[in-house]
Design a protein around this ligand. Structure first.
Ligand code: SF4
Length: 329
């Protein structure tokens, strides 16, 4: 097991009080696997990723409960200094906007070689050659020329390729990709996803892909976790979740995706309403106020995870209601 998160709860101190951004999340990532985390803005998917990377803002965040194990080592409460032993070596991260991670006043070559020397303690010449090889591997054309260019001289897609090359410097076992294609147009998006998929096979690297877009998740993930209001409400193999979604929120997300086989001009359905305010404890199902299938019990008690078979789990009362009413097919 590369990553094991158990009952993780993360909070933020705010002027309004403590926000419970992640509320009891458990998920595993195996070697060479791509695991997706999907959900709308504010559902806690990036906070979960940042908690594992040790990148939560120190001034106002706190891990309330739970544990994070990376390569069987408990890294839940390590200091920032201790976490630097893992970041960039065992795990790395790429973000939505590579421009914010690259230094605008240094050339790509300077940034790459500096990172390589720091990480591997090799000579300038060796670091230069390694940088060239990495940039070539991620598909940067005319690499020697591009080494002398500044980040603003690269397109968005090329900048993301540079970030991927930087993340690969120490051959991490686990790569977090936080909305890596959100700022890119669809053709470049497909190229970057294909590159990530190639790299995981080549390096037997595990990837956690964080996205609000189920279409992106469907392209390369093996398993997916659907998050809502700080909890995983449904999880399972991608094919199973897409073809047999059980949670009304997952169904809503899937119904709101444009489809090439639908040619009528009717508007796409939306999930009405807003997620709950995570400042307050939620007693029952967090989706109850927006759910068209809500029952009395939903607002009063949180459902347990129901095992649907085929490693498919859903946090919803509907399967047990159907069982009681004899609706099982
Ligand atoms: Fe809807 Fe109830 Fe299921 Fe929540 S538990 S998603 S409110 S049916």
């Amino acid at each position: 097991m590369i990553l094991e998160i158990k009952d993780l709860s993360v909070g933020f101190h705010t002027y309004r009080g403590d926000i419970n951004a992640v509320r009891g999340v458990s998920l595993n990532v195996d070697e060479g696997e791509i695991v997706g985390i999907v959900g709308e803005s504010g559902c806690g998917k990036s906070v979960t990723a940042h908690a594992v990377m040790g990148l939560l803002p120190q001034e106002n965040s706190f891990i309330k409960d739970g544990s994070i194990k990376l390569l069987n080592q408990d890294i839940t409460n390590l200091s920032d200094k201790e976490m630097t032993n893992y970041r960039g070596t065992s795990m790395a991260m790429i973000f939505q906007d590579p421009m914010t991670s690259l230094n605008p006043v240094l050339t790509i070559g300077q940034q790459m070689t500096e990172g390589i020397i720091k990480a591997q303690g090799i000579s300038q010449k060796e670091a230069y050659d390694t940088a060239v090889a990495l940039l070539k591997r991620v598909g940067i054309p005319k690499v020697e020329e591009r080494m002398k260019a500044y980040p603003h001289e690269f397109s968005g897609g090329m900048r993301q390729r540079v970030m991927i090359a930087m993340a690969l410097i120490c051959k991490p076992k686990l790569l977090f990709a936080d909305e890596p294609t959100t700022a890119l147009d669809v053709t470049i998006q497909a190229q970057i996803l294909a590159l990530l998929d190639e790299l995981r096979r080549e390096m037997n690297m595990s990837i956690v892909l964080v996205s609000h877009d189920l279409g992106v998740i469907a392209r390369i993930c093996d398993r997916v976790n659907v998050m809502y209001a700080g909890r995983i409400v449904e999880s399972g193999p991608v094919g199973e979740i897409f073809h047999n979604p059980q949670h009304p929120y997952t169904r809503g997300l899937l119904n709101s995706l444009p489809r090439v086989d639908k040619v009528d001009d009717t508007e796409l359905p939306v999930i009405e309403g807003n997620p709950p305010d995570l400042l307050y404890d939620i007693k029952g199902c967090s989706f109850a106020l927006r759910c068209g299938d809500a029952m009395k019990i939903c607002a009063a008690c949180r459902p347990d995870y129901e095992n649907m078979g085929k490693e498919h789990f859903v946090e919803c009362w509907l399967p047990s209601r159907d069982r009681e009413e004899g609706h099982d097919e």
